[in-house]
Design a protein around this ligand. Structure first.
Ligand code: BJW
Ligand code: ZN
Length: 246
C-alpha cells in the first residue's frame, strides 16, 4: 500500500492539470451519511419519495422537511482531513478543478476555491416561478413550504439541488467535462460512480490517458479504470498523498 501511495503521489506531483472528483464518501468521516451503502440514506428513504421533481410536486411539505433535517445535520458538521488535503491541492496547483457531487459545502469551508457543484448546494433555494435565489446557510425561509420573498411573487421555493431526471447546470457540466477531457491526473474520492452524467468525468480523463487515482474503502464502478486504487477511508489516505511534498 505504501508503495502505491508513493507512486500516486509522484503522479500527482508530475501532473499539470489535476481534476478531483468527489462523492458522499469524502464527507462520511465528518458524519454526513452516504446514499447507497448499508445504513445510507437510500436504506431509510426511497429515492422516488424525496429526490425527484415528481415527489416535490406531490408532497412538497415532506420533501422540505427532509431537506431541513439534512440541512440541520450538515450545518453542524466540519470538514475532515480529506477536505483539507483537497483544498491544499487547489492552492498548490495552478491548473486544478474540483468537481463534487456533494451538496454539503464542506469543500468550500475547508478552503477549496475552484469548485464545481454538480448536484447543487443544500443551503441554497430558488423560486420556481421567478428564479430568485436565496442563501439559507444562516437562517431558513419560513413556512412549511417556503414562498418567494421577492416583491409580491410568492412563488414556491425549492432546494437548489439536482434531483433524478433533472438536468445538471449546463455551464457547470460543460466546464467539468472540458477540464476532465484535458486532465492528466484525476483523483476520485468516495463515490460509487453510479450516477450519470457526473460519473462520466473519470472516464473522460482516462480517455485522455490521465492517471486515475481512486480512494475508497470499497471498489466502485470506477475502480476498473484506475491506475492506483487506494483502498481505505479518505480522511486517512488523502493527506498521505500530499506528505513529503509539503
Ligand atoms: C468512502 C468512505 C470513506 C464510504 N472514504 N469513501 C446514463 C445511464 C444510466 C442512467 C442515467 C444515465 N444518464 C442519466 C441517467 C439517469 C440518472 C442516473 O444516473 N441514474 C442511475 C442511478 C441509474 N441521472 C440523472 O437523472 C441526472 N440527470 C440527468 O441525467 O439529466 C439528463 C436527463 C434528464 C431526463 C432524462 C434523461 C436524462 C441527475 C442525477 C442527480 C443525482 N442527485 C442526487 C441527490 C442530490 C440531492 C440530495 O442529496 O438530496 O445526488 S442522488 C445522490 O447520488 C446524490 C449524489 O451526489 C449521487 C452520487 O452518490 P455518491 O456520492 O456516489 O454516493 P454513494 O452513496 O453512492 O457512494 C458513496 C461511496 O463512498 C461508496 O463507494 C463508499 O464505499 C464510499 N465511502 N466511506 C472514502 N470514509
Ligand atoms: Zn419568485
Amino acid at each position: 500500500m505504501q508503495d502505491k501511495i508513493k507512486k500516486a503521489r509522484d503522479a500527482i506531483q508530475k501532473a499539470c492539470k489535476i481534476m478531483v472528483f468527489t462523492g458522499a464518501g469524502i464527507s462520511r468521516e465528518s458524519g454526513v451519511p452516504t446514499f447507497r451503502e448499508a445504513g445510507g440514506l437510500w436504506d431509510k428513504f426511497k429515492v422516488e419519495d424525496f429526490a425527484t421533481p415528481e415527489a416535490f410536486q406531490q408532497r412538497p411539505k415532506e420533501v422540505w422537511e427532509w431537506y431541513r433535517f439534512r440541512r440541520n445535520l450538515m450545518r453542524k458538521v466540519k470538514p475532515n482531513p480529506a477536505h483539507y488535503a483537497v483544498a491544499e491541492l487547489d492552492e498548490r496547483h495552478d491548473d486544478f478543478l474540483l468537481a463534487t457531487q456533494n451538496i454539503d459545502n464542506l469543500h468550500q469551508i475547508a478552503g477549496a476555491k475552484r469548485v464545481m457543484e454538480l448536484h447543487g448546494n443544500i443551503f441554497r433555494s430558488y423560486c420556481m416561478k421567478c428564479g430568485y435565489e436565496a442563501d439559507e446557510s444562516v437562517s431558513e425561509l419560513t413556512g412549511e413550504v417556503p414562498s418567494c420573498t421577492r416583491d409580491d411573487c410568492s412563488g414556491v421555493m425549492r432546494p437548489k439541488v439536482v434531483w433524478f431526471g433533472e438536468q445538471l447546470d449546463p455551464d457547470v457540466l460543460e466546464q467539468s467535462f472540458r477540464f476532465a477531457a484535458q486532465a492528466d491526473c484525476c483523483i476520485v474520492i468516495g463515490t460509487s460512480g453510479l450516477v450519470y452524467p457526473a460519473a462520466q468525468l473519470p472516464f473522460l480523463a482516462r480517455r485522455n490517458d490521465a492517471c486515475v487515482i481512486e480512494i475508497n474503502p470499497e471498489p466502485s464502478a470506477i475502480t476498473p479504470i484506475t491506475d492506483y486504487f487506494l483502498q481505505g477511508p479518505a480522511g486517512e489516505i488523502m493527506p498521505q498523498l500530499l506528505e513529503e511534498t509539503r
